[in-house]
Structures are given as C-alpha cells and as structure tokens.
Write a protein that binds this ligand. Sequence first.
Ligand code: GTP
Ligand code: MG
Length: 194
Amino acid sequence: MNYNKADFQASYGLSSQLPDSDRPEFVFSGRSNVGKSSLINKLCNRKNLARVSATPGKTATINFYTVDTAYFVDLPGYGYAKVSNADRRRWDELINSYFDADRNRMLLVQLLDSRHMPSADDLQMLEYLQYRQIPFVVALTKADKLKKSEIEPTKQRFAELCEGYGCSAVILTSSEKGTGIPELQALFEQCLQQ
Ligand code: GTP
Ligand code: MG
C-alpha cells in the first residue's frame, strides 16, 4: 500500500450515506481525544489529512479516507461526557449500521490511551468488538508520554487485558515520535496479502 496516496473522501453522519464498499477497509476506533486522527495522519505521513481536534468530541461523523487501494475509516469518538442523549443515540445508530453493513473490513485498530486504565466506555467497546467478532488489534496511544520504566509494564498490563477480548496484537504507538507505525503498516500489509 502506498501511504503517500492518501486523500480525504467524505464525512458521513448518516449510515444511509456510506459509500459503496469497493475497497478493503481499515477502521480506527477509540474514545474522543485518544488520537485516532493523529494516528491516521502519521500512518500516511501527513500533517492535516485527518483533522486533529483541540476540543474533544468534534468528530461526530464517520470519516473515510482513500489510502491507495484501501479505505481508512475514522469512527466518531465515544466517551465524551458532554454529549446529549440524542447525540449518543445517533452515535449508536451510526456505529451499529456501519458494522451491520456487509463491507470489506480487514482489520480494526482500537486505540487506548497508554497512560490510563481503559474507561468503562473502552471496556464496552472491547466487549462490542468481541461480541461482533470483529478482528482487531489495540494501539496504545501517546506512548511518548510514558516514562521509560513504564513501557514494559504498560504493554504487559494491556496485553493481558486485551487478549481476553480477542485482540490479536497490542502495539505501543506515538504519533509524535512515530513509534509503532511500521508495525501497524506491516499488519495492514499482512491483511491485504491474505
Ligand atoms: P476525536 O476526533 O475528538 O474523536 O479525537 P481523536 O481521537 O481523533 O484525537 P486527535 O487525533 O484529534 O488527538 C487529540 C489530542 O491528542 C490532540 O491534541 C493531539 O495533538 C494529541 N495527540 C494525539 N496523538 C498523540 C501522541 O501520540 N502523543 C502526544 N503527546 N499527543 C498526541
Ligand atoms: Mg478525530
């Protein structure tokens, strides 16, 4: 996959608007502010392909990017305290209908903040992925904020937890430093070759 051939395609706020499933898809999921857009930018070696928000909860749409022959799908973040019940329902509806649709999903990257224990929303998302049997890996984000001595214990702790949900790999990432980017790209290539 040529990551330099990346373009924003469109944002979808309604599941009925989703584009045809005409390419393999890599999906990015995680709570608001965990670093989904930043990771997509880093994977594609770009500064502003995906909008990085200073205010969490801004991305309330599913954003599609074309990356060479694949799609990157940036799911709306969850867990933002200030959303209304109506917005929450809309999020549920959008996510469910995306996963209900028969699409060529290759792999989902579930982002978790490496500095914190997973939130209740994170655990609910992990349960959802397991329940729907969605193949996924975990990217632990913002690893540049960890002390050196925290790196191994953090990886260990998350690996034990995530394995229980059917996660196939846990990768430490930093969109600031580029940590974990080659590992994620290698996993994507593996999926495409299967
Ligand atoms: P929503 O679109 O609101 O769901 O957020 P998001 O998950 O797309 O997060 P986004 O990429 O917008 O990043 C949120 C904040 O975290 C921004 O201020 C980023 O600069 C910061 N951030 C993201 N990745 C990293 C990282 O690897 N290291 C550090 N130090 N900061 C990061
Ligand atoms: Mg975002």
